[in-house]
Design a protein around this ligand. Structure first.
Ligand code: F6R
Length: 610
């Protein structure tokens, strides 16, 4: 995830910015850069790769001098990781320099508009439009130009802006991406995250959406985008450096669970056109003719990504009426798969580097299949080797157990299924519109589920001594049950199994006796009564049932021991929500058992060996 740090004061800015960026390294990034005003010009140093490469470049070029500057670590979304695409970015004149976290949704329109006015663009980044817009609007007042620029932007952003026209200030602005202003003495700071400035100050202002800040070395003015002054309380940070990295959460996993509303929103940003009833997946070049030639789809992945693939099968078959097989990558590569030029192979990988997944991709490509990758890492091996790429914009995932990558993979698969269905003509305009509207509600609904965290924590603590747990569900709920069971076992080391509820009576029911915990998912409307019978079977044998059901479900309250409500949405979309309580349940069980949650034993984040 991108990081921002900015400084204005009397000290040399460059070493301070580099140090701040190093403190944000844990967030993951693929390139970095700084810009410093030397009293005459703004000098930039940028480099693809780690900060050590930026350091080497600075050693060669010399440390930029000056007491005003901004720095950035970039996690690529628009445009591959490269020296050129690294932030900061500037306008045509080099007078205005910006760093940005987030996604500018309408950057293409803005770029065209600015090009028509004579602006020249040097990078592939959405961010560059910000510098050119300020150049376009500047008329002797930087804050005014920034306000006009902000009125043009759609999407999410935290911005840091400096200009050699007004080198006595830094301007910051925030919408849907965090930004803070750090209060110093004779110096002030901006940053996307507290750790970046923690050695210099513990007193900060936290900007809200729709607010901008103008900092000089001895003043911080906060206002809304219309220019009305905002009074804010100083927030005193009493976290240590390690908790600050985790945003105050005890573990990255919990932080990432809480980042899901934003990750979902970002992943859908600019891709769902409700008015045009269209899905806009820029990096996907599959045409209507291509879709008509696809006679089957293979989805190939490992672990959690494989579980997302199972949901993808249901969704694509239902919306696009193309048969889908889902394979575990380590099996697929050795099973002599029947694949040819009419097969679309969808590879799902958060890291884009999983060895088995990559080998499966190569195997399918060798056999003539068209490859489409869904990945979270721009420029990863999977992204480079696929013909089409659909990026999840979840930001880097640090905890070994995947959470926000999974839910963003689900919405990506749904958008892809909609796109295929619309192109194939298997989906009516009304149905597509209905699904799009519900997709857009998911981030807010995910927030609602997170508000129930205390209740889930209480349940997890109550049952944390459990040794065997069963997860049951039907249809999409069964697929989510598999993911819930994987989460529980990998971080809490509790033995957990997922079963299609209809399979219980074919064997597993023998294990359900007094006190055995069963987590039952019953969110699929047309399978609800069948699930109810399965839950009755469990209860009749003394099992303890924790049921996940759509909110306001009265019937289940009389049967299950505990209810976890899931906000109302289309049955097709419930997996995105249902998995969140299961992630929390796994997390709090592991916490109660004292496990090493972010780094579970024997597991690695990216499995680059077979
Ligand atoms: C489980 C988990 C793993 C990964 C799997 C694939 O929480 O994270 O099961 O999903 O190793 O990794 P990627 O998606 O990077 O290919």
């Amino acid at each position: 995830m991108c990081g921002i740090v900015g400084y204005i004061g009397a000290k040399e800015a460059a070493p301070l910015l580099i140090d701040g960026l190093k403190r944000l390294e844990y967030r993951g990034y693929d390139s970095a850069g700084i810009a410093v005003f030397d009293g005459k010009d703004i000098n930039m140093v940028k480099a693809k790769g780690k900060l050590s490469i930026l350091d080497e470049r600075i050693d060669k070029q010399g440390m930029p001098k000056g007491a005003l500057g901004i720095g950035h670590t970039r996690w690529a979304t628009h445009g591959k990781p490269s020296d050129i695409n690294a932030h900061p970015h500037n306008d045509c004149s080099g007078d205005f320099v910006v760093v940005h976290n987030g996604i500018i949704e309408n950057y293409k329109e803005l770029r065209e508009m600015l090009k028509a006015k004579g602006h020249t663009f040097n990078t592939e980044c959405d961010t560059e439009v910000v510098a050119h817009l300020i150049e376009e609007y500047y008329d002797g007042d930087l804050a005014e130009a920034v306000k006009k620029m902000l009125a043009e932007l759609r999407g999410s952003f935290a911005l840091g802006i400096i200009s050699k026209k007004e080198p006595d200030k830094i301007i910051g602005a925030r919408k849907d991406s965090p930004l803070i202003a750090g209060i110093g003495s004779g110096e002030n700071f901006i940053a996307s995250d507290i750790p970046a400035i923690l050695p210099h100050t513990r007193d900060i202002y936290i900007l809200e959406d729709g607010e901008m800040v103008v900092l000089t070395d001895n003043k911080i003015d906060i206002m809304n985008f219309q220019g009305d002054r905002v009074e804010k309380k100083v927030f005193h940070v009493d976290w240590d450096a390690v908790s600050a990295e985790k945003g105050g959460y005890p573990h990255f996993m919990l932080k990432e669970i809480h980042e899901q509303p934003k990750a979902l929103k970002d992943t859908m940003t600019g891709r769902i056109d409700i008015n045009g009833v269209r899905i806009k997946l820029d990096d996907i070049t599959i045409t209507r003719e291509d879709v008509s030639r696809i006679d089957k789809i293979n989805i190939v992945a490992c672990g959690t990504a494989y579980h997302a693939g199972i949901i993808g099968k249901y969704t694509i078959e239902r919306l696009a009426r193309i048969p889908v097989e889902v394979d575990i990558a380590s099996e697929y590569r050795y099973r002599d798969p029947m694949v040819d030029k009419n097969t679309l192979v969808i590879i799902i990988s958060q890291s884009g580097e999983t060895a088995d997944t990559l080998a499966a991709l190569r195997e399918a490509r060798k056999r003539g299949a068209r490859i489409l990758a869904i990945t979270n890492v721009v420029g990863s091996s999977v992204a480079r080797e696929a013909r089409d790429v659909l990026y999840t914009w979840a930001g880097p995932e640090i905890a070994v157990a995947s959470t926000k990558a999974y839910t963003t993979q689900l919405v990506s698969l749904c958008m892809l299924a909609l796109d295929l269905g619309i192109k194939k003509g298997t989906l009516s305009r009304e149905e597509a519109l209905e699904i799009m509207k519900h997709l857009k509600q998911l981030p807010a609904q995910a927030e609602t589920i997170l508000k129930n965290e205390e209740e889930i924590k209480r349940l997890a603590e109550k049952y944390s001594a459990w040794e065997d747990v069963f997860f049951i569900g039907r249809g999409l709920d069964y697929a989510v049950a598999m993911e819930g069971s994987l989460k529980l076992k990998e971080i809490s080391y509790v033995h957990a199994e997922a079963y299609a509820a209809g399979e219980l009576k074919h064997g597993t029911l023998a294990l359900v006796v007094d006190g055995v915990p069963v987590i039952a998912l019953a969110t699929q409307d047309f399978l609800y009564e069948k699930m109810m019978s399965n839950i009755e079977e469990v209860k009749a044998r003394g099992g303890i049932v924790i049921a996940l059901v759509k909110e306001n479900d009265k019937a289940m309250t009389n049967i299950a021991d505990h209810i976890i409500p899931i906000p109302q949405t289309l049955s097709l979309l419930t997996p995105v929500l249902t998995v969140i309580p299961l992630q929390l349940l796994a997390y709090y069980t592991a916490a109660a058992r004292g496990c090493d949650i972010d780094k579970p034993r024997n597991l690695a984040k990216s499995v680059t060996v077979e």
